[in-house]
Design a protein around this ligand. Structure first.
Ligand SMILES: [Zn+2]
Ligand SMILES: [Zn+2]
Length: 221
C-alpha cells in the first residue's frame, strides 16, 4: 500500500520518533496483530453476533485491536494530546474501507457534545472522518449526526428531579443522507452500541446503507 510520506514521524504503537516507512515503526510492525480479517465484517466482532441482535448498520470494520500501545495512542488522541496520530490511524482505516466495504457517498462521524468538543479542542472521531474524506475522496458531513440532550416529560417532575432527567440522544438533522451510503467513523468500537444508535438515526433519516469503520475494536468482544 502507498503511504503518504511525512517522515520521520511518531510510531502509532510505541510513540517513538522513527524514520521507517509507514506510520508504525519496523520493530512494532513485526508483532502487531491486525483485527481486520479476524472480525466479522457485518457486526464487527470477533465472535459474530449478527443473528443475536438487531443491527442497523450493514458493515463494521477496524484495522486494529484496542490494546497495548495502540490503546495508549488512541487514549492520547482522545484526550486531545496527539492530534498528529489522526493521519496514521486514518491511513489504516482507509485501507480497511477500500478492501472490505462497498463504496460510500458521504462520511459522517460519531458526534460529541459541542461543549465537550470545545473543552478538548476537537472531536477525534470527526478528525478521523475528515482525514478519511481526504484520503478516499468522499465528502464529509459534520451535521449528519449531532449529539443533543433531551429533557423528557419535564412538566411531570419537580425541580430537583429535573436536574437529573437529562437523556443523551444522537440525532440526524441532515437531509443529505437520504438515499445515500454513509461511512460512519469512530475511534473505538466496543459493543457496537454507539454505531448501532447512530445507524438507527441515519436509516430513519433515509440512509440506504451505513458502513462503520473504527480505528480499533475492543478485545472484550
Ligand atoms: Zn514503534
Ligand atoms: Zn457477525
Amino acid at each position: 500500500m502507498a503511504v503518504e510520506l511525512l517522515f520521520p514521524g511518531r510510531c502509532l504503537y510505541c510513540r517513538r520518533i522513527h524514520s521507517d516507512d509507514g506510520y508504525i515503526c519496523a520493530d512494532c510492525m513485526d508483532y502487531i496483530k491486525f483485527a481486520s480479517g479476524e472480525i466479522c465484517v457485518k457486526c464487527g466482532r470477533k465472535i459474530c453476533f449478527c443473528h443475536k441482535e438487531k443491527l442497523w448498520y450493514d458493515y463494521c470494520v477496524a484495522p486494529f485491536y484496542y490494546k497495548d500501545g495502540l490503546k495508549q495512542s488512541l487514549l492520547e488522541l482522545k484526550r486531545g494530546k496527539r492530534a498528529d496520530f489522526v493521519k496514521g490511524f486514518a491511513f489504516y482505516m482507509a485501507d480497511c474501507v477500500r478492501r472490505m466495504l462497498p463504496a460510500a457517498d458521504i462520511i459522517a462521524a460519531v458526534p460529541m457534545f459541542p461543549k465537550r468538543e470545545r473543552e478538548i479542542g476537537f472531536n477525534h472521531a470527526w478528525l478521523l472522518a475528515k482525514q478519511l474524506s481526504h484520503i478516499l475522496g468522499i465528502e464529509s458531513d459534520k451535521r449528519a449526526l449531532i449529539k443533543t440532550v433531551q429533557r423528557e416529560k419535564q412538566h411531570l417532575l419537580n425541580s430537583r428531579m429535573r436536574k437529573y432527567n437529562l437523556t443523551e440522544a444522537i440525532e440526524c438533522r441532515s437531509r443529505s443522507v437520504c438515499g445515500k451510503n454513509i461511512l460512519l467513523c469512530d475511534d473505538i468500537t466496543t459493543s457496537g452500541a454507539t454505531f448501532n444508535a447512530c445507524a438507527y438515526e441515519l436509516k430513519n433519516a433515509g440512509a440506504k446503507g451505513v458502513f462503520c469503520v473504527a480505528a480499533a475494536i475492543s478485545m472484550q468482544n
